[in-house]
Ligand binder design. Structure first.
Ligand SMILES: [Fe+2]
Length: 186
């Protein structure tokens, strides 16, 4: 028997992966592996009969010590516009958010990025995450975050989304945040 159509759409389990267009695969690869810690898991090898194809490479985050088939992939499109002088990029992508496993890992990664001269654009205590915003070589904004405990934000997601405390982006102050996550809407 064929499956009958439900009356409502089936809610998805989450986002699975993202493919972004990049100007230069080599510099994109370097940043996403050497700065952000992703692992390349594959590349697209066009079949001879498939016609002209763009270069694609696939990357995994760490999933409890295991790799995924891909969390993010890059497609090389050499004619893409470069970011403007002030760093802004006109793109359909607002930002790409990447989760660190916990606060301690997040703080270590911030120290690593700062030590390697990656510019911190913004740091924000949201009501549901603490987040650092940087840019990749293509100009895409990347948000590195750790999630606050569910109890902090689930009582009022709207308030959590609108909670915004800007944190320092330079010097030692850029490597600290506030660890007592009292719900701001309690
Ligand atoms: Fe975000």
């Amino acid at each position: 028997m064929p499956t009958s159509a439900p009356s409502r759409p089936v809610a998805p389990a989450g986002l699975n992966h993202l493919v972004i267009n990049v100007r230069d695969m080599a510099e994109t690869h370097r940043f996403w592996t050497e700065m952000l810690g992703f692992t390349q898991v594959g590349e697209y090898r066009p079949r001879p009969d498939a016609g002209p194809a763009r270069k694609m490479q696939f990357y995994s985050a760490d999933h409890d010590g295991k790799l995924s088939h891909h969390d993010i992939a890059f497609m090389e499109v050499p004619g893409l516009p470069a970011p403007a002088a002030d760093g802004t990029l006109v793109s359909a992508i607002g930002h790409i958010a990447i989760a660190l496993p916990d606060r301690e890992a997040w703080l270590r990664q911030l120290a690593y990025l700062q030590a390697h001269g990656v510019k911190f654009e913004r740091r924000v205590e949201h009501g549901m995450t603490h987040s650092l915003y940087i840019r990749d070589p293509n100009g895409y904004t990347v948000e590195l975050l750790y999630e606050l405990p569910r109890a902090v934000w689930e009582g009022d997601i709207q308030a959590a989304l609108n909670h915004y405390v800007a944190l320092p982006t330079e010097g030692e102050g850029a490597l600290q945040d506030n660890a007592d996550n009292v719900p701001v809407f309690a």
